[in-house]
Ligand binder design. Sequence first.
Ligand code: ATP
Length: 298
Amino acid sequence: MAILTVENLHKHYGPIQALKDVSFSVPSGSVFGILGPNGSGKTTLLGIILDVLKASSGSYKLFDEAPSHLHRQQIGTLLETPNFYHYLNAVQNLRIAAAIKQRGKSDINKVLELVNLEQRKFSKFSTYSLGMKQRLAIASSLLGDPEVLVFDEPTNGLDPVGIAETRELIKKLNKAGKTIIMASHLLDEVEKVCSHVAILQKGTLLTHGHVDEILVTEDIVEAGAADLPKLHSLLQGYAGAKKVQRSEQHVELSFTQGTATLEALNQYCFNNGITLNHLRLRKKSLESKFIELTQKLN
Ligand code: ATP
């Protein structure tokens, strides 16, 4: 079942086109990252699916059906830094949140336990660290036990400890069965936390799918020999290499990260009558992969 299916969504604010023909779907049980730089349309997209904004054209479905109030009851949200009362404690703040949402009044202890605030639930909000404040906001999104959680930039503004805590919590909630849709401008965050990704740039969807397939990092092996054309033809189809190409001075082989073995390659060339005069392993960073991806698809 798809939790969310977006079909040909367009949104413009006057002359500004914030979303251009965006289509993708979010599988049940995924942590789905919407990745893009500032201004790429992430918040606009979340706003539309949460019915805060109207699309200019296109449509979307929730739980494979036309969206309704009942479907939205199954979605917990964390859209911006929430306004909790500084002089009230976590339990009091969540009682207010539950009353506003009209759900989850009996869940307060459970959600505080889930986000690891049990010990501090009677401390005033003003005494919390930023990470704890964010965990309380996530606790609030969990009231009523929704199946789906939508988080806009959940680690924005947090210190490294707060970031790590929040990411761990997202993974834990996913393991407990929640589908999570989260916007992020951080490539490494999406890589660490998400199972799926949709990449937006200036309102256009560049690509979407499994993180493992889209954000793969590669090992590049450079090999050199006196007779480069001969080396190139020998290495064509070398086992495990995804791509073999000639640069000016070397033959370059791409491998899935962690699968390149220099010894084996060296031995193979030697056994086939070629002595290498250069052999080097180069890691291709995720950032360079991302740049390549966005340039290729632009
Ligand atoms: P950020 O991470 O900075 O919030 P984003 O990826 O969430 O960025 P959006 O906030 O959806 O992007 O903005 C997409 C585009 O639409 C931007 O060019 C933005 O300036 C514009 N935009 C957003 N809201 C409005 C609005 N209410 N009126 C006019 N333009 C808007």
